[in-house]
Design a protein around this ligand. Structure first.
Ligand code: S3P
Length: 468
């Protein structure tokens, strides 16, 4: 596989249906963490020497990062043994791309790379697919402009955009107006090639993979707590050397087979080597509060990240109120938690989840619409959702004729397929093609555990194909 392989190139929708699962059982080999994979490629590109990464997620989003770095003059290669090597050019060493950087569906890649390019003396044009071109970019272009970069964006501050990186960037102290690890990381990446100290202040903690990995590569990054929150500071113009990295399994992807196991009639599923950064484990805390039979074994550290093996077994779940303060640590997991909530006893409520409206799709709307199609009572507001659970009875489902709209969103597709495992009529989703952005091989992995997920070849007005 090479990063130049076309990503998500087939525009044909690939519908699929998941039916009620009697038993889910086995060990699920979940791919590498998406957030960590992007950062490994990017920091490898800015290091001096050859970085070797094992366990890299070979999903379309990460391949978009690899390809973009190639256009910026970095040699990124998948070796015959499956490891990826990145020949770093050093901080400040990226070249001006001679082609448009197409980030497809990858929001993290787009925002973090804008941070890196903002303090390189280059001009670049960036675009993405229809979903990415709808997502807000002002949250990164605003602080990066303060550092001296110039942006020419499509209407509304969206992609496509042109970035002209600052020749003499200025360091800033930036208090994050949105709770976003991507914005934090974009500014810290920009700070690497900025003389002086660049700081980000975050009132609510978000995933800290950028800081962990910068330190793993040997960079000096300080972190101090104060009244306004945590201030993270990176010193610019540091040189750092290449490192060998092993990417742990993605807790956001592990959530699908694990929640599937909880909702199936019987059985237990294990996922080994999952990243357990406490800023990523909100879903697992929530499931434990719901009474899930979930355990963590063999805790250890891998390449600067805490890791462990997760085991989930079928059983009853109770409704829960998920506090707003937990949102950042499980922001990508609300759609699959909605599937669990649909089977729980009582009404589950999520608060403080307005950010879900600007993910790969408007996830609050997508989840509400999908649950309603599946016969699950749901209510939603600007930044909250309530779901009335069935108390363990299978939810009605959609059958093959009324598929859930997946809105170019991988996690919506996977979450509703998981819900289908506990449905009476099965849950159909209209398109599984986007699953490859984060979880290549999802359908076959789920099938290997016993999940009855099939490609839907007879859906009206849709082309055929294998799921995922
Ligand atoms: C990510 C941060 C989160 C998350 C995304 C990955 C990251 O986005 O939703 O999937 O790798 O930094 P926000 O920072 O926009 O919340």
């Amino acid at each position: 596989m090479s990063p130049d392989r076309p990503v998500s190139s087939d525009s044909a929708a690939r519908p699929a249906i998941a039916r009620r699962a009697g038993q889910l059982e086995g060990v699920a080999a979940v791919p590498g963490d998406k957030s960590i994979s992007h950062r490994a490629l990017m920091l490898g590109a800015l290091a001096i020497g050859r970085t070797r990464v094992t366990g890299l997620l070979e999903g379309d989003d990460v391949l978009a990062t690899a390809r973009a770095l190639g256009h910026l003059g970095v040699t990124v290669v998948r070796q015959p043994d499956g490891a990826w090597t990145i020949d770093g050019v050093g901080v400040g060493g990226l070249a001006e791309p001679d082609t448009v950087l197409d980030m497809r569906n990858a929001g993290t890649a787009a925002r973090l790379l804008l941070g890196i390019m903002a303090t390189h003396d280059l001009r670049a044009v960036m675009t993405g697919d229809a979903s990415l071109c709808r997502r807000p970019m002002a949250r990164v272009t605003e602080p990066l402009s303060q550092m001296g970069a110039q942006f020419d964006c499509a209407a509304g501050g969206h992609l496509p955009l042109t970035v002209r990186g600052a020749r003499m960037p200025v360091p800033i102290v930036y208090a994050l107006p949105v709770v976003s690890a991507q914005v934090k990381s974009a500014v810290l990446f920009a700070g690497l090639n900025t003389m002086g100290e660049t700081s980000v202040i975050e009132a609510a903690p978000t995933r800290d993979h950028t800081v962990r990995m910068m330190r793993y590569f040997g960079c000096t990054v300080s972190s101090a707590s104060g009244k306004a929150g945590t201030r993270v500071t990176v010193r610019g113009w540091q040189e750092f050397s290449a490192a060998d990295l092993s990417v742990p399994a993605d807790p956001s992807s592990a959530a699908f087979p694990l929640v599937g196991a909880l909702l199936a009639g019987s059985g237990a599923v294990t996922v080994r080597g999952v990243c357990l950064d406490p800023l990523r484990t909100g879903l697992y805390e929530t499931l434990a509060e719901m009474g899930a039979d979930l355990s963590i074994e063999n805790r250890r550290e891998v390449s600067g990240e805490p890791v462990g093996d997760l085991v989930a077994a079928a059983g009853a779940l109770n409704a829960v109120a998920v506090p707003a303060a937990r949102a950042a640590s499980m922001i990508d997991e609300y759609p699959v938690l909605a599937a669990a909530a649909a089977l729980a006893k009582g009404t589950t409520r999520f608060d403080g989840v307005g950010e879900l409206r600007v993910k790969e799709s408007d996830r609050l709307a997508a989840v509400a619409d999908g649950l309603a199609r599946c016969g699950v009572p749901v209510r939603t507001g600007d930044d909250w959702m309530e779901i009335d659970g069935s108390g363990g009875r299978p939810v009605p489902g959609t059958g093959p004729d009324n598929p859930v709209a997946t809105r170019q969103d991988h996690r919506i597709a996977m979450s509703f397929l998981v819900l289908g495992l506990a449905s009476r009529d099965g849950v159909a989703v209209e398109d599984t093609a986007m699953i490859g952005t984060s979880f290549p091989g999802f359908a076959s992995l789920m099938q290997s555990l016993g999940a009855p997920i099939e490609a839907l070849t007879d859906a009206p007005d849709r082309s055929t194909g294998d799921p995922a």
